[in-house]
Design a protein around this ligand. Structure first.
Ligand SMILES: *[C@@H]1O[C@H](CO)[C@@H](O)[C@H](O)[C@H]1NC(C)=O
Ligand SMILES: *[C@@H]1O[C@H](CO)[C@@H](O)[C@H](O)[C@H]1NC(C)=O
Ligand SMILES: *[C@@H]1O[C@H](CO)[C@@H](O)[C@H](O)[C@H]1NC(C)=O
Ligand SMILES: *[C@@H]1O[C@H](CO)[C@@H](O)[C@H](O)[C@H]1NC(C)=O
Ligand SMILES: *[C@@H]1O[C@H](CO)[C@@H](O)[C@H](O)[C@H]1NC(C)=O
Length: 653
């Protein structure tokens, strides 16, 4: 029997509370949707908010639901990959240390439209090992029955269940397993903190607030710290993730170690997981897109298995052996078989923690690109899925043990948000949340205090790298600890960051730095001239790299916005003489390509200083640069073979 609470059992205190909450809700509605008078707007302007407001960094807070955003946003609903219930479910038998497959009778009856308990289920093992990044082949079909114990050598399988006479397929499915491994002796003594990195490609901290408000609420729970002054250090995924995992920029890795785009180099790079392994951590790495995987998109990938558990060969099999479904607005795969693409890697993450996190130190990174990369509104469709993952980890007790880093590499770099006033901040302020488990907070109160203070200070990818190094060596930092190579002044986030920190001290080039105040300047001949000179630099760059036979020279079509950096002492724009920093957003005629550049420019002498490779490309370029494989040069090359008639482009848009 349910116990039903009647109205009379609600105390008057509760009643008053309810009325008060109702009142608050109404007030909130009025202020958020109601009309503002001009005075309120003026007040709001004077109360400009900042993520960081320190002596050398004023990083503006972006109002998530400003009108610019609400005008271009339409909510997206979640589309499931299948409406059928699971015929097969997987349990882990913690006594046998084996996975067990259950056949659900009710689902069987429904799918076979009979009351018979007979069925014919088969699985095929995903066999891999000849190359690090691919599977070799599918194993032979093996018949299985109720409560089948999955052998330890099976890390992934495709399942097909048929009716008893084998004539009709009832359901096909796919599973991956983090198989048990014995812990080394003494692994429980002086345990180091585990670290799990849950990453989603292309999520700015503003878009998280807008599109995943429930996840954002969860990330306010005790133990979570948002790094609100986190600023990316490079343009796209690879260099930003590379900085977090190695402390190097790919550019200096070329000189110091090897060129990451050359075969075999990635195996030599001192990724953080190698040090973790040496220190007794069990390691895992998983991504959910084969093509745009961080280490395989225009990169040669790995030749040796990089981590103890490495998902890519399994993903290779899943993408090739299951039915792939693309979501309407994504150019990327959305379902593999009857499951969402990202559910495979986050289930893998969950298993990894379930198996080991209470027993020994583990490190793992689980990186999803497939839903967020092409369309920022997909974040709203996926928020329940992401929240569900976090709640599952909580239910399993994983948050009792592990540090978790919930993060992204950058915000939107192209698409509709690039036309907004805040596009510069959007692309450069990825979300970064760090969770510390209760035991860690008790054991290291000073580190927690520093992290809390650092939430509103400027930080970067290199600091996160140093923090990982710090975690490995937390019980006595050794003299020879090698901190981030490319940012000598960066540090662990468990030490207080200097209040006077500047972007260059955090390893952030001016082109990505969101600390400085830029103000719009009126378009005139001078702003056009500056953009023209930037376009000419791109042309010179193409010529310098001998790309003129492949790529078109560019010509300026529109200057969208020009901004000038305000000087620290509030000096007026017109008084600024000599070289000043400018932003220029412009479009060229060729395929209507759009760019955003940060330059040093002297309006009087027309002296211009710019590193072309730091110019951002702010529209999609995949189909403009098919003639080139270089991930950087692609941004500036409109292939002669891809030149389109602008009228066609405009009608497509
Ligand atoms: C930012 O810091 C300056 C200098 O300390 C202070 O005057 C200003 O009020 C701060 N702004 C906000 C919004 O906190
Ligand atoms: C699931 O059900 C909904 C609503 O009936 C339907 O629109 C959708 O196409 C179904 N999805 C699949 C994958 O069958
Ligand atoms: C798979 O089947 C083939 C042909 O029946 C057999 O030769 C082979 O040994 C089987 N492989 C495994 C791994 O059982
Ligand atoms: C720049 O201006 C052109 C022409 O008005 C427009 O089509 C384009 O969308 C603008 N780009 C941005 C990023 O605002
Ligand atoms: C392309 O631009 C470069 C740099 O300005 C210039 O030297 C070259 O002559 C141009 N090529 C053509 C075909 O216009």
């Amino acid at each position: 029997m349910f116990k039903i609470k009647t109205y009379s059992s609600v105390s008057s205190k509760q009643f008053i509370l309810c009325v008060f909450i109702l009142f608050l809700l109404i007030m909130w509605n009025i202020t958020s949707f109601g009309v503002y008078d001009e005075l309120t707007i003026k007040n709001m302007e004077s109360k400009k908010r900042f993520y960081v407001n320190s002596s050398k960094c004023q990083m503006p807070y972006v109002e998530p639901f400003n009108t610019e955003f609400t005008n271009l946003y339409t909510q997206k609903n979640f589309t499931p990959c299948s409406n059928q219930s699971d015929l097969i479910t997987v349990n882990f038998d913690s006594i046998l240390n084996h996975y067990v497959l259950h056949v659900n009778k009710e689902v069987l009856h429904k799918l076979s439209q009979s009351n018979s308990n007979d069925f014919a289920c088969f699985y095929q093992n995903i066999i891999y090992g000849q190359s690090a990044d691919h599977y070799d082949r599918m194993g032979n079909r093996t018949k299985f029955t109720h409560d089948y114990v999955v052998p330890l050598n099976v890390e992934g399988m495709l399942v097909e269940c048929r009716s008893a006479d084998e004539k009709r397929i009832l359901q096909e499915d796919a599973f991956t397993f983090v198989q048990h491994q014995k812990s080394p002796p003494n692994s429980e003594r002086d345990r180091k903190a585990s670290v799990i990195m849950y990453g989603i490609d292309t999520v700015s901290r503003t878009n998280l607030r807008r599109l995943m408000p429930m996840v954002f609420e969860f990330l306010k729970s005790p133990g979570w710290y948002e790094m609100m002054g986190y600023n990316k250090v490079a343009d796209n995924s690879f260099p930003n993730i590379f900085a977090v995992l190695t402390g190097y920029s790919p550019h200096s890795a070329v000189n110091q170690i090897c060129d990451a785009s050359q075969p075999g180099c990635l195996d030599k790079i001192p990724f953080i997981w190698k040090e973790m392994q040496r220190e007794g951590y069990l390691t895992a790495y998983a991504e959910d897109s084969l093509n745009i995987n961080t280490f395989n998109y225009l990169k040669p990938g790995f030749f040796r298995k990089p981590t103890d558990y490495y998902f890519r060969p399994l993903l290779d099999a899943l993408e090739k052996e299951t039915f792939n479904l693309y979501c309407p607005s994504c150019k990327m795969k959305y379902c593999l078989g009857r499951r969402l693409v990202n559910s495979y890697i986050f289930d893998y993450c969950r298993q990894f923690m379930q198996r080991f996190v209470a027993k020994r130190p583990i490190w793992g990174m689980f990186w999803s690109t497939h839903f967020s990369h092409d369309d920022f509104t997909m974040l709203s469709a996926m928020q329940h899925k992401v929240l569900g993952d976090l709640l599952n980890f909580e239910k399993d007790g994983s948050f009792e043990h592990t540090i978790m880093i919930f993060f992204s590499d950058h915000g939107s770099r192209y698409g509709p948000l690039m036309a907004t006033k805040e596009s510069f901040l959007e692309g450069r302020q990825p979300m970064m949340f760090i969770y510390l488990p209760p035991w860690f907070r008790i054991k290291y109160p000073h580190y927690v205090e520093a992290l809390a203070q650092n939430q509103n200070r400027l930080s970067s990818n290199f600091d996160v790298y140093n923090t990982l190094k710090h975690i490995i060596n937390i019980e006595g930092l050794v003299e020879h600890t090698k901190w981030s190579y490319d940012c000598p002044q960066c540090q662990s986030l468990f030490y207080p960051l200097p209040e006077t920190r500047s972007c260059s001290e955090a390893g952030i080039p001016e082109a990505y730095c969101t600390c400085h105040n830029y103000e719009e300047v009126q378009e005139d001949r001078g702003t056009w001239r500056m953009a023209e000179l930037v376009v000419d630099r791109i042309n010179q760059y193409l010529q310098y790299h001998n790309l003129q036979s492949l790529c078109s020279n560019l010509t300026l079509r529109v200057v969208n916005v020009t901004e000038v950096r305000m000087l620290e002492n509030d000096e007026h724009v017109s008084q600024g003489k000599g070289l000043r920093n400018y932003h220029t957003k412009f479009q060229v005629h060729q395929n209507l390509a759009q760019f955003f550049a940060t330059v040093l420019y002297d309006r009087r002498t027309e002296e211009l200083q710019i590193n072309v490779e730091l110019i951002s490309r702010i529209n999609r370029y995949r189909t403009d640069a098919e003639c080139l494989d270089d991930s950087v040069k692609k941004l500036y090359c409109i292939c002669l073979s891809n030149i389109r008639n602008n009228e066609t482009i405009l009608t497509i848009q």
